[in-house]
Structure formats: C-alpha cells, structure tokens
Design a protein around this ligand. Structure first.
Ligand code: F6P
Length: 341
C-alpha cells in the first residue's frame, strides 16, 4: 500500500492555498504516495476527519480562491486532550506524514508537535499578512495587496468627484506589509502602519496639502494602527491574538481627518474581500512551488521543516525559525515609503 500524506490548511484562508494543495498532491502522486485532505485545519486532525485527495480532485483548483479543505483557528494545545487526539488520528488515518499549511499559529502547532512528539510534519507558509520570518514572501499577500490597490483606485475616483478625503482600511494584523504595498502601489497621500503610532497633526497637514493640489486625498491604514495613549483591546482568539475587526481604525481616522482639516472624509474597510477570489499568477506559482517542495521534503524525510522562498529559490528552513519572530515592516521600507508618500 502507498504511504499516506495528509494535508491541512489552518488559520485565515488566503488565495494560493488551492495551488499549494494541488502542488503537494500532484508531486506526491509522482513520488508514489497517496494523499488525504484533512477538513478544517487542526480541528479535522483532532476529529480524524479526512478524505482522499486524488490528482483528479485537484487538477483544476489552481485557479480557485479559498481552500477546498476548509479551515479553522482551532489550536489542539488549547483543547482538552487535543494533542493526544491528533496523535491518535495519525494512527487511525494511517499517516506517514502531515503537511500543515498555515501562518504563525498553524505552523507553531506543527513545530511543537515535531519537537515534542516527533510527529512527521512539514510546513507550507501562507498568510496574506506576509508576516512570517524565514520566508521572503508568503502566498496570499500578492493577491490581497493587488485587490486593495484596486479598491484604493476606486476610492480615489469617487473621492475626487466629491472633493473628499478617502481612507482605506486594510487587514494585515500587526505587520503593515499590505498597507505599505497598497499605499505605494496606489500612490496614496498618507500611510498609517502598526509599526509606528499615528501622528494626527502630521496626517491632517499632509491630507490638507494633497487635497489642495488634487481635490482628493487617499489615506491607507492598517487595521492594527495604534493611537497614542490608547488602551489595547483585550479580546483574544484561541492563539492569543487580539481581535482587530472591531477597532474601527478607518472610521476613526476619517473622523480625525474631518475634524482636523474640515475636509469631508469617507472611509472603506476592505476586510475579507482581500482574502477571496482567484489568486494572482504570482500566488499561483508560489503556492504551487511551496506545495511541490513540501512533498519533496516528506519524501526526503526532512521533517520539522517548511518550504520557504529565499530570493528566487524555494528552500527548506526549520519550522522553529519560521515561527520565532513576526516579520514586521523594516526601517529601510519605512524610509522608502517616507520618500514616496
Ligand atoms: O491573518 C490573516 C487575517 O486576514 C488578518 O489580516 C486579519 O486580522 C485576520 O486574519 C482576520 O481573521 P478572521 O478571518 O478570523 O476574521
């Protein structure tokens, strides 16, 4: 009987997951393995809920957004007996190895399972936030930023007609990469990042100056922007992350701008629209390459590693390194954005 590889996708979905699943399944089949698709991330491993995934099941999914396996933010380390049940599922499902596709949280669980329980696990990094260290880019990011740039251009059109300032709030958690790329790509007039608290005086002055010249001003803001002196939101998810969706950064910035400049201001929150839809070509190729590499790592017995993009190469790096530290916007990028925006 062929050895079995299970695949799971955990955490927030993102475009590029389906190409990655396809990459694993097609390469694994070439190497003589069969694959199972675990349903809804670590939840599916806890419940031993997995179905066969054949090359024919995945051949056409390269063009599709989301994840055909479903996802969840379940953390087995936070569920009673969760880890034991994951280990049990390994046996019940007859697995040789598990490919876990996810961000910091999903890969953090994978790293722990490898280290503490010697589980045969390989990681595939994904997240629209692009905040994983040890990989230059994660798939999902390019699509998310591309969609946000399109949204920004639309806001500028309507904003200019009405002589307004427009604020676009984007996701990205505590790393400002999506906001940064969107602001540069859309030619924004101001950028608010989680990496530095908003200076409201400076914001209003720049918006006023831009509006005087162009009759419109565009501000791009990350959802996790901090305001000086503000108490942090205490609501946390299973992985201990702040729930950012109710902070209302866009609305608050719009009010601050209107109050500080007298310019009529509107805001839009692009939210989960950034996570849906077909992956860009970049994300299709990166997802595919990462998936293929993961199957190769399983075949080579290189467990506890993930498929990372380093320059133009997809290479193996330790899962520990991937989850050790959040990759936030670096000082050189802050300088670059200051030169442009
Ligand atoms: O981590 C990806 C992400 O899209 C973040 O940018 C955002 O803060 C979060 O997920 C939203 O999570 P949910 O889909 O659970 O609302």
């Amino acid at each position: 009987m062929a050895k079995r590889i299970a695949i799971l996708t955990g955490g927030g979905d993102c475009p590029g997951l389906n190409p990655a699943i396809r990459g694993v399944v097609l390469k694994a089949a070439k190497l003589g393995y069969e694959c199972l698709g675990v349903q809804e991330g670590w939840k599916g491993m806890i419940e031993a809920d997995a179905r066969p995934l054949s090359p024919d099941d995945v051949r056409e999914i390269v063009v599709k957004g989301g994840t055909i396996l479903g996802t969840s933010r379940t953390n087995p380390y936070k569920k009673d007996g969760g880890v034991e049940r994951v280990l049990e599922a390994f046996k019940t499902l007859g697995l040789h190895a598990l490919v876990a596709m996810g961000g910091e949280d999903t890969l953090g669980v994978a790293a722990k399972l490898f280290k503490e329980k010697k589980v045969n696990v390989v990681g595939v990094p994904k997240t629209m936030d692009n905040d994983l260290s040890a990989t230059d880019f994660t798939f999902g990011f390019d699509t998310a930023a591309t969609i946000a740039v399109d949204a920004a251009e639309r806001l500028v059109d309507t904003g200019r007609s009405h002589r307004r300032a427009m604020v676009l709030e984007v996701m990205g958690r505590h790393a400002g990469w999506v906001a940064l790329y969107t602001a540069i790509g859309a030619g924004a007039d101001y950028l608010c990042l989680p990496e530095r608290p908003v200076d409201v005086k400076d914001l209003c002055a720049k918006v006023k100056a831009a509006h005087a010249k162009k009759k419109v001003a565009l501000v791009v803001a990350s959802e996790a922007v901090e305001f000086a002196g503000e108490k942090k939101d205490e609501k946390l998810d299973d992985f201990g992350h702040m729930l950012l969706k109710e902070r209302g950064v866009g609305a608050r910035l719009a009010k601050m701008i209107e109050d500080g400049t007298g310019i009529e201001t509107r805001h839009a929150v692009i939210g989960h629209i950034q996570r849906g839809g077909a992956p860009t070509l970049f994300d299709r190729i990166l997802g595919t390459r990462a998936g293929v590499k993961a199957a190769e790592l399983v075949h080579a017995g290189e467990f506890g590693k993930m498929a990372a993009l380093k320059g133009t190469e997809v290479v193996a790096v330790g899962l520990d390194a991937a989850t050790a530290k959040l990759k936030t916007v670096t000082p050189d990028w802050l300088d670059l954005s200051d030169d442009l925006i």
